[in-house]
Every structure is written in structure tokens, then in C-alpha cells.
Design a binder for this molecule. Sequence first.
Ligand code: ADP
Ligand code: MG
Ligand code: MG
Length: 210
Amino acid sequence: MSVRGLRVIEIINKIADDIEKNKMYLTELDAAIGDGDHGLNMSKGFLAVKEKLKDDDGNNIGDILKKTGMALVSNVGGASGPLYGTAFMKAAMVVNGKKEIEIEDFKQVLEAALEGIKIRGKAKLNEKTIIDALEPAVEALKNALDNGSNAEEALKKAVNAAETGVEHTKDIIATKGRASYLGERSIGHQDPGAASCLLILKTIYNEISC
Ligand code: ADP
Ligand code: MG
Ligand code: MG
């Protein structure tokens, strides 16, 4: 598997389209335990991303991810903007100057994204956030690659782990972000940020495996 810059842009555009399709779903999840804007925030952010990448020549994948992160940070008012924005900007650093990336690069991209979110949001696993989808996905991807899986298999395992992680957010109390105001009443509801993270990973898997 080798993915060139222009293909990375196509995949990011597809993420934007899938976010748009799931805008109301993400917003409903957020209405239950937050302020009901997660889908709207993500949609607004990714529309800005699409616009920003329109004229990109695809020659530097680091640049593509940096532009994506900057568009998210500067166009999303909610917590998810700076969090996902930092994730993309941190990820940009590990592939700076690259015209194409392999699955090993993507592993590092995802690790850097997770680290960025952790540093920015100061949250860890089991606080009912994006991390509950992303961290299991990163671990599953690493394990699969270490055990000889190919890119498609490893990405599938990452998606499955993120899915389990999202399900698990229903069973735990939010201790970060707006949902933490609800305390125990946040139990029984899925975290919207974990759900959007799963959505992004699914799109990447679908695009790589077709
Ligand atoms: P806001 O809460 O400002 O309205 P959004 O609704 O767009 O922003 O995003 C909410 C999501 O952000 C939550 O579902 C959660 O996954 C994520 N989130 C909030 N705070 C943190 C944090 N400190 N670390 C990681 N993720 C967080
Ligand atoms: Mg919200
Ligand atoms: Mg908000």
C-alpha cells in the first residue's frame, strides 16, 4: 500500500462528505450529553478543510495534514476543533515532505494524532472522549502490523477496536468536556467525539480497501 498526496486529499474530502452525511446523528448524540452541536461543528470544520485543500498540488502530505488541522482549529468553535486540529497538525509533522505514505507512516500519523489530542485535552482512556475510540484503534493497528497483517487487515482491526471503544463509552462517566457536567447521568449515552473518530477511521478503511 502506497498512498500519494492527491489520494490523501481525496480521502480527506470523503471524510468531509461522510461527516456531512452523519451531521444530524453526531449532533443528536451531543444533544443527549452536551450542547447538541458536535455534528454541526465537524461539518463546518470539514467544509473549511475542503475549501483549503482545493488548490493543493498534493506534493507534500505534511502540508495537506497541516492545512487540515489549521482549518479545523480556526473554523470550529467547540472543543472538537482544537482537539482534532491539533491531532492533524501533530500528524503533519511525522510525514512532512513526503509525497506518498505507507501503512507504517500511517501508524505513526495515528500515534501522533492520539498524542496531540492527549496533550491538548489532558484526557486519558475511560473519560468518555475521542480517546476511547482512537487509543484502542492505534493499539490494534500496531499489534496487527507487528503480527504481520497487511494494511487492509490492520486498518480493519483498528476500526473494530474503535467500534468496541465507542460502545464502551456508553458504560462510563464523562470526566472531561461538557458531558462531565452531567456526571453519572452521562452513563447510557455514547460519546459524540468517539463516534466521529470512528466515522473518520471507517472512511479511511473503506477508501483504502476499495
Ligand atoms: P463542545 O463540547 O465544545 O460543544 P463538540 O460538541 O464539538 O464541542 O465536541 C464534543 C466532544 O469533544 C466530546 O464528545 C468529546 O469526545 C470531545 N472532548 C471534549 N473534551 C475533550 C478532552 N479534554 N479530550 C478529548 N476529547 C474531548
Ligand atoms: Mg457540543
Ligand atoms: Mg459547543
